[in-house]
Write a protein that binds this ligand. Structure first.
Ligand code: FES
Length: 105
């Protein structure tokens, strides 16, 4: 079974996570919590990641994802983790520090 690697940087943390090739990026949730998500339907944007390397190793942007990225004026190297499937090694960056308190007062 083919395996790919997903390197994720978020704040001071970097993780290198193996993933079965062909699975969606959020499959790494079993081993890492550096990518957060909510809707899984290209509606909320919480799962937004910047692709540092290996953009060609992700599935093409779907119409639904493209609509969201355009509406939010995202950069060309940004993707929604809930929409992208992994077909080779990728390196990603997630904004924010994983140790930040996400609670709103
Ligand atoms: S989880 Fe909401 S857009 Fe990806």
């Amino acid at each position: 079974m083919a395996e790919s690697r997903v390197e994720i940087q978020r704040g001071p943390k970097t993780e290198d996570i193996p993933i079965r090739t062909g699975l969606g990026l959020l499959a790494i949730q079993k081993k890492s919590e550096l990518i957060e998500y909510d809707c899984k339907e290209a509606d909320c944007g919480i799962c937004l990641v910047r692709v540092l390397k290996g953009a060609d190793n992700l599935s093409p942007v779907t119409t639904r994802e493209a609509d969201f990225l355009k509406a939010m004026r995202c950069d060309a190297d940004e993707r929604l983790a809930c929409q992208a499937r992994v077909f080779g090694d990728v390196s990603l960056k997630v904004e924010g520090d994983p140790d930040d308190d996400w609670d709103v007062p």
